[in-house]
Design a protein around this ligand. Structure first.
Ligand code: 26Q
Length: 804
């Protein structure tokens, strides 16, 4: 363990403040202290980083490269301190100086280079890979602007730019010496060389410079620091004169300007493809450059390098890797292809057909013509090689190029050795429905890797009161080995432990209540049930179902003024993609229902609705520890896995869920009595599709409560939603309720009543919470990445072979 004394820390802090700001510690602002502390910490981790790197090189360790167009680390100060073993020391040292670490922590901007689950998963994996001592690196894009900041104006979502780099980023290192060129457009032709080989030539290409910014990914108290490499774009000096217009130059400079929200419209698509090729090409070039330093034969590539494709966004890894092996290393197609498919592996994150990535041939040809040629050749050889084995229909349905469209998932499956889903149900549905044709052809490539979360960030750091109860009850080992959370099962009947758990929850609820009051002006009762739904706003996630039940509960109270329920605070956090009109209407309607209900004195504050703006990693860290109920209510079969479900479970919330994604595995882990399940099963949903017999109107006509609730959207009972109310009403009735909200409504309301009832018996409720915490260990990202390492990447920790 690195030893640092308080005195040395203060000296370092003073030195940095003097050098960077010409200021005394006593006069420094929290922000100045944050940056100075950050660079002191970076200095310490850099030594370990350098050592780790040297060792990997010396040992010629097999490395995995995790390619993801999104990373969502949030703030890094606390987790870096924790992982370096410096958390307590820094906290105490600052406290001696009457500085509150929490206030310093707040100065850091969230690194929000992702939309939601997929990006956060990538960051949980980075933490876990380093903490397991595994040689693994991230590869992505350094967006100048992260996901937009969300504000509400008159209940509407308004998007503001997230200028996270304005004051600089303490954690990154720019490495000019590792910059590479990325080529776009132009014409490709072949020239015969003297030896008869064809050599690829290009004319009129545009060249961009990719500059890497590296951030150390610090392992949990194990001296390992891996690398997350994010690429920024620059125009090389040699190219300055070549741009025909300012416009053209602007487009290219903007390639790494902003992260695309998750349903970008047609207009932006060209830049999205340029982005994808940009970080793929830069990453692959830098990997192969590193490999050349090892001086090994190309045939050993797959023994030294694994490349993981996080969803299809980086699927161009496959043709780009082929390009270098073919055009630059001059391998034969057969050899290059054999190596490439052994190196690559792919994770699918969605079963929504509309979300599967496709590109028009014309665009691919224009933007990256050599990629198109290679994809076409992969496709041609695929069709040829399968024609002796499979039916023509099957081959045509699975080929990469179909009509004028390139199917990126097909490329990813055909060009890799492993395709995995992110929860058992999801992986089964990939095999049986979404990718069934591929499962017939490549049964051995399909596997499941249920998602996991960084339990140290989501429990130890986000929830100190609960961590302390755990430490006092079962010791510290759960921090390293989350399966030890199971030890808590021995205390199910220990009322003093249950009381301590309840007290920890109460502390976090009071903190959140204070935060809510400070940020929205609304006072909430910390004795109320805190009922939480936090995730991107999407129709399939059914935030609207939650709202329908709230309205029912509200009307019940209005109809029966004497009725008393356990007070409930419904907490929402959700961003809608800027161009997702329907999702934005739902936000507006939730906000209007909130102001109606929150200000209605006749219901005696029994219901409050709090929609916290700008949901992000830092806000999640405040909400999750305070949750009593975790809403995971997507239509069965639609949510690939979900990960907020795991974070909430780990913090002792009771899950209220459909049998979808990882909810099923949560139920298996805790047992039916410790989770509240409702709604259609995936099989029932598919039966409706099969029989085409879902009718929302029929349900509406037979169900007076549904009528009452839906009519409120169009009869003026909810003010200020004339348009949005009509739109939602029509989506549910005229357009037959795509996600079966009305079918699940009664069952959801019954489940909510169970929650209400069960909460009354607080000892029993606490026991259920305990069982949830105790069994959350299986969802640790440490576990998940170990499975990736063993089954897919075939990598080992540093020096593993020596200890064998
Ligand atoms: C596509 C085209 C153009 C621009 C953006 C995109 C885009 C961006 C992000 C498409 C999808 C995403 C993100 C998807 C995502 O977050 N999926 C979630 O992944 C989680 C981790 O596996 C799962 O837990 C969730 O169930 C899944 O919804």
């Amino acid at each position: 363990m690195f030893m640092l004394t308080k005195k040395e820390l203060i000296a370092e802090l003073r030195k940095n403040l003097q050098e960077d700001y010409a200021i005394e510690l006593e006069d420094a602002t929290s922000e100045e202290i944050f940056f100075s502390l950050g660079s002191a910490i970076k200095g310490i981790s850099n030594q370990k980083w350098q050592k780790t790197w040297k060792n990997y090189l010396k040992e010629q360790q097999k490395q995995v490269y995790y390619f993801s167009i999104e990373f969502l680390p949030g703030k890094l100060l606390k987790s870096n301190l924790l992982n370096l073993g410096l958390y307590e020391l820094v906290k105490e040292t600052l406290a001696d100086l009457t500085i509150d670490l929490e206030e310093i922590v707040e100065q850091e901007k969230d690194m929000a280079l992702g939309n939601g689950g997929l990006g956060r998963l990538a960051s949980c994996f980075m933490d876990a890979i380093a903490s397991k001592g595994l040689p693994g690196n991230g590869n992505g894009i350094r967006y100048n602007y992260g996901l937009f900041k969300q504000q509400f104006v008159d209940g509407y979502q308004v998007e503001l730019p997230d200028d996270w780099l304005k004051k600089g980023n303490v954690w990154e290192i720019r490495r000019d010496s590792k910059a590479v060129d990325v080529h776009y457009g132009g014409n490709v032709f072949f020239e015969k060389k003297e030896d008869g080989h064809l050599k690829v030539q290009y004319e009129n290409q545009r060249i961009l410079r990719a500059v890497p910014y590296d951030t150390g990914m610090i392992g949990y108290q194990n001296n390992i620091v891996n690398t997350m490499r994010l690429w920024g774009v620059e125009i090389p000096h040699s190219e300055e004169g070549k741009y025909r217009s300012i416009e053209e130059r602007r487009v290219l400079e903007d390639i790494t300007a902003v992260l695309y929200p998750d349903d970008s419209n047609e207009k932006g698509r060209c830049i999205r493809l340029i982005q994808e090729y940009f970080f793929v090409s830069a990453g692959i070039q830098s990997i192969l450059r590193y490999y050349q330093r090892l001086g090994l034969s190309p045939s050993l590539l797959s023994e030294k390098i694994a490349i993981h494709i996080n969803d299809t966004h980086p699927a161009l890894c496959i043709p780009e890797f082929m390009r270098i092996l073919l055009d630059e290393w001059e391998l034969s197609w057969e050899q290059a292809w054999d190596i490439t498919s052994k190196v690559m592996s792919y994770t699918n994150h969605t079963i929504l057909a509309e979300a599967l990535e496709k590109w028009p041939i014309s665009l691919m040809k224009n933007v990256v013509p050599r990629m198109f040629q290679i994809i076409e050749e992969i496709d041609r050889r695929y069709v040829l090689s399968m024609s002796a084995i499979h039916s023509d229909e099957l081959i045509q349905r699975t080929r990469i190029v179909q009509g004028s469209t390139i199917h990126m998932a097909h490329l990813a499956i055909i060009g890799s050795h492993s395709t995995n889903g992110v929860a058992k149900l999801h992986s089964d549905l990939l095999k049986s429905v979404v990718l069934h044709d591929f499962y017939v052809i490549f049964p051995d490539r399909f596997n499941n890797k249920t998602n996991g979360i960084a339990q140290r960030r989501w429990l130890q750091l986000a929830n100190e009161p609960l961590s302390k109860v755990l430490d006092d009850t079962i010791g510290h080992t759960w921090r390293q080995d989350s399966s030890n959370l199971k030890l808590l099962m021995n205390y199910q009947k220990d009322t003093s432990v249950l009381a301590k758990l309840a007290a920890a929850k109460q502390t976090k609820k009071i903190e959140l209540a204070d935060f809510i009051e400070a940020n929205t002006g609304i006072i909430v009762n910390p004795e109320a049930i805190f009922d939480v739904q936090i995730k991107r706003l999407h129709a399939y996630k059914r935030q609207l179902l939650n709202l329908l039940h709230i309205l029912k509960q509200y009307f019940d109270l209005k109809d029966h003024p004497e009725k008393r329920i356990h007070p409930r605070v419904y907490i929402f956090g959700a961003k809608a993609a800027p161009s997702y009109h329907y999702a934005k209407s739902i936000i507006k309607v939730i906000n209007e229902v909130a102001s109606l209900i929150n200000h209605d004195a006749t219901i005696h504050d029994q219901i409050k609705i709090i929609f916290l703006p700008n949901y992000n990693v830092s806000l999640a860290e405040k909400i999750i520890p305070a949750a009593d109920v975790s809403e995971q209510i997507s239509l069965a079969s639609k949510e690939a896995s979900g990960t907020s479900n795991m974070k909430l479970m780990l913090n002792g919330a009771i899950t209220l869920a459909t049998l979808d994604g990882a909810n099923i595995e949560i139920r298996d882990a805790v047992g039916d009595e410790n989770i509240v399940i409702f709604g259609l099963s995936e099989a029932q949903v598919y039966a409706y599709y099969e029989n085409k017999n879902y009718s929302s109107i029929e349900i509406y006509e037979k169900n007076p409560m549904i009528q009452r609730v839906l009519n409120a959207f169009i009869n003026g009972e909810i003010p200020n939603i004339e348009q949005e109310g009509r739109e939602i009403f029509d989506s549910l009735l005229t357009y037959n309720d795509e996600y079966f909200l009305l079918r699940d409504f009664d069952s959801y309301c019954a489940a909510q009543s169970r929650i209400e009832q069960e909460y009354q018996n607080s000892t029993d409720w606490q026991r259920r919470c305990l069982i949830n915490i105790a069994n959350a260990g299986v969802f640790s990202a440490d576990e998940t990445v170990q499975q990736y390492a063993d089954d897919i990447w075939h990598i080992e920790p540093l020096f593993a072979h020596e200890s064998k």
